[in-house]
Design a binder for this molecule. Structure first.
Ligand code: FE2
Length: 200
């Protein structure tokens, strides 16, 4: 099967164009969600090395970072049963489900400072997209919906997410600063077009 990296390139092109326009956040999230939804509608473009689960914890492979760090695109790979801690992002984010399924539980802060689950967890199936941001709800916990298989979602953030100082939260709502970094040391090469035949 030919890897359809052209789909990712087109997405990055359209996303950069959207960010160039500097729309307000609601527009950015709505139009970005439509672009990401189009990307994750098909599962034939993610390089194999960015789809590998690890037994010890979930993986976050950087696929692309904007040269001005205005956005980044990351594949999150959940091994069976893996989950994040409760955490925030401090920038806008879009999560598009590519393979398997995940559960996202939002949290709200109670007057006593504790964090409480806000509503039921949202289940994302392939092709579906969810948004996070300090405006629409920024604290959540994400887990693989499956105990026996890998799930993969594609995340887009309004910055170089692996370098942003943000927080995980204890049950009492106490912040613990972290900078996530990335699992991969090398980026996939999206830009060698020499082996590609014309695509429709
Ligand atoms: Fe998150």
């Amino acid at each position: 099967m030919t890897l359809r990296l052209d789909r990712l390139r087109l997405f990055l092109h359209d996303l950069a164009t959207l960010v160039d326009e500097q729309p307000g956040e609601p527009q950015l999230l709505a139009r970005g969600a439509a672009l990401l939804g189009e990307l994750v509608r098909q599962d034939d473009w993610l390089p194999e090395e960015c789809a590998q689960p690890r037994p010890e914890r979930y993986s976050q492979y950087l696929l692309h970072a904007d040269a001005r760090q205005r956005f980044s695109v990351v594949s999150f790979v959940w091994g069976p049963g893996q989950a994040t801690p409760v955490h925030d992002h401090r920038t806008w984010g879009l999560i598009g489900m590519l393979r398997g399924a995940e559960l996202a539980q939002g949290f709200a802060r109670a007057p006593d400072g504790r964090l409480w689950p806000e509503g039921a967890p949202m289940r994302l199936e392939p092709g579906q997209v969810e948004a996070v941001s300090p405006q629409v709800g920024d604290i959540h916990q994400v887990s693989n919906a499956y105990a026996d298989r890998t799930s993969i979602s594609i995340h887009v953030y309004g910055g170089n997410i692996g370098a942003i100082r943000r927080a995980t939260y204890t049950e009492a709502g106490r912040e613990q600063t972290f900078i996530s970094g990335y699992t991969n040391r090398h980026l996939p090469n999206l830009w060698d077009l020499s082996q590609e035949t014309a695509t429709p």
